[in-house]
Design a protein around this ligand. Structure first.
Ligand SMILES: *Cc1c(COP(=O)(O)O)cnc(C)c1O
Length: 505
């Protein structure tokens, strides 16, 4: 034993986890095991049900009260594997087509883990996570041909992106509103089609404008906003003393993937002095396939654009984005000074890149930029382009499969990656009830998960193709199962049919 040198004392032991200390080596071992389990699970996805309901004993355990004494790492991980993991939403599976969800790139999963280890608060200041988010925003601006000096923010999703964009629009038209509130101000109105997403309705309500100030205008037979209806509404509102301030255009409606006539809306917005916001939650990402840009032309001229990276960029949730054309468009609407959050000339609180806390509602923000930064750097842009193109091609294949089959009926045009259809069968049954029950059985069977919508009063099976794991064979599987279940339901509904249809091969 060497004597202690008073000029060079031994370094103190590394900081431990205090009250949360675990037995030596346990955390490391479990992290390795969880990584192995995740990789094994990816390889097994196809053999698992897309979705399954949790049995009553699992539901009971997930309602148990909290214990004072911990169960430990091992037991809790086993409980996760037994009670949580198997009853997931299912959007990691190749045959999940419901609503609009991303499939979750493993590189994004890894980056989310790494981001959690840093535990950064990405509100502002001089730190790497702020540089990374600004870099990702720069990439996205360039991708969508937005000006480099515009404003932008990564958000929890499209809902938040729509809210922030409309707040910026409201501020641009009525800057005094931040001080005065809405009282006694102009009657602000905004415009969009009846197909506009419910998150826009929420945003309008939260902004204090009242839902009726959002004029929900009719669509044409392709579910696109009708310009004649827009012109008429603007005329009527101006005559009535209202102040139109914004136009919400869809680049991919949630129901059918319809794209509003963007070039004409750009012109209208300019002529009428309106802020043009494009909700491109998933549809905007078709921009990555250069041959599809024509379909979305005009999007790059919007005053603001909302889109999700956790939908059609396949990243794990949550990550969305709002881009605003004008310099400080978000900051003017949100920056709120406080001495405890001021930027100093140097040190950690120096202003480095974006003061993200001043561009939105949240102060403490997670490091969601890392998964975009990581996945885009690992893979480069090209595979994203390829995967999006493949999903667009799959939508065409699905339309062809439906149109080829007389027992099925396509219910809407499919200009992008959303396909709506129903089982028609012999046509002798009440089709809404039949398709509703068919969808429930399809989901319970675990073979595929489409979701539903209602189009012109008709219940539709709805598939959104935003999944990088989906293959053409998955679409064939879906159609076979829909036909099998449709026939089964028709047999159950008609006691007279004694001869069951031949089984499908
Ligand atoms: C999903 C979606 C939204 C909302 O986005 P979230 O990320 O779910 O908050 C808004 N608009 C459209 C068209 C969508 O598909």
């Amino acid at each position: 034993m060497s004597p202690i040198d008073p000029d060079n004392p031994p370094s103190p032991p590394p900081p431990g986890e205090g009250a949360f200390a675990l037995p030596a080596g346990e955390l490391r071992a479990l992290l390795h095991r969880a990584a192995d389990d995740f990789c094994d699970q990816l390889a097994r996805l196809d053999a698992e049900p897309v979705w399954q309901p949790a049995p009553p004993d699992v539901r009971a355990r997930l309602r148990a009260p909290l214990a004072r004494v911990g169960a430990g790492l091992e037991a809790t991980y086993e409980a996760f594997k037994r009670d949580v993991l198997p009853y997931r939403y299912g959007n990691v599976h190749p045959r999940f087509f419901g609503w609009v969800n991303g499939s979750g790139l493993p590189t994004g999963v890894l980056a989310d883990f790494l981001a959690a280890t840093m535990n950064s608060n990405v509100g502002a200041f001089d730190q790497s996570a702020v540089y990374v988010e600004e870099q990702v925003l720069g990439w996205l601006r360039e991708l969508f041909c937005f000006p480099a000096d515009g404003d932008g923010l990564l958000t929890s999703g499209g809902s938040m992106a729509n809210l922030l964009a409309l707040a910026a629009a409201r501020h641009a038209h009525a800057p005094a509103l931040r001080e005065r509130g809405l009282h006694g101000g102009p009657r602000l109105t905004l415009y969009g089609s009846v197909e506009t997403h419910s998150s826009v309705h929420k945003a309008v309500e939260l902004l204090g404008l009242g839902l009726t100030s959002f004029r929900r205008l009719p669509v044409d037979e392709h579910y696109r906003l009708r310009l004649d209806a827009l012109d008429e509404a603007l005329r009527a509102d101006r005559a009535a003393g209202c102040t139109p301030f914004a136009l919400v255009a869809n680049a991919g409606t949630v129901n059918t993937g319809a794209i509003d006539p963007l070039p004409a809306l750009v012109t209208r917005a300019r002529e009428q002095g309106l802020w043009l916001h494009v909700d491109g939650a998933f549809g905007a990402l078709a921009w990555l396939a250069p041959e599809r840009r024509g379909q979305l032309a005009g999007l790059e001229q919007a005053d603001s654009l909302a889109f999700d990276l956790h939908k059609w960029l396949y990243l794990p949730s949550d990550i969305g984005c709002v881009l605003v054309r004008g310099k400080q468009g978000l900051e003017r609407a949100f920056a709120t000074p406080a001495p405890y959050l001021a930027h100093l000339a140097g040190g950690l609180s120096a202003l480095s890149d974006g003061a993200f806390k001043d561009r939105g509602i949240e102060l403490t923000r997670r490091f969601r930029a890392l998964k975009a930064w990581f996945a885009l750097q690992v893979h480069g842009l090209e595979p994203f382009e390829r995967a999006i193109r493949a999903n667009l091609e799959q939508a065409r294949e699905l339309v062809a499969l439906v149109e080829r089959e007389p027992r099925l009926e396509l219910l809407a045009p499919a200009p992008l990656n959303v396909v709506c259809f129903r089982y028609r069968g012999t046509g002798a049954h009440e089709l809404d009830a039949l398709n509703r029950e068919l969808l429930v059985r399809l989901q319970l069977g675990g073979v595929a998960v489409p979701s539903q919508t209602v189009l012109h009063g008709r219940f539709a099976l709805r598939c959104a193709l935003t999944n990088h794991r989906t293959r053409s064979t998955d679409l064939v599987r879906l159609i076979e199962e829909v036909l099998r279940l449709g026939a089964e339901l028709e047999r159950e509904a008609s006691p007279l049919s004694v001869v069951p249809p031949a089984p499908l091969t």
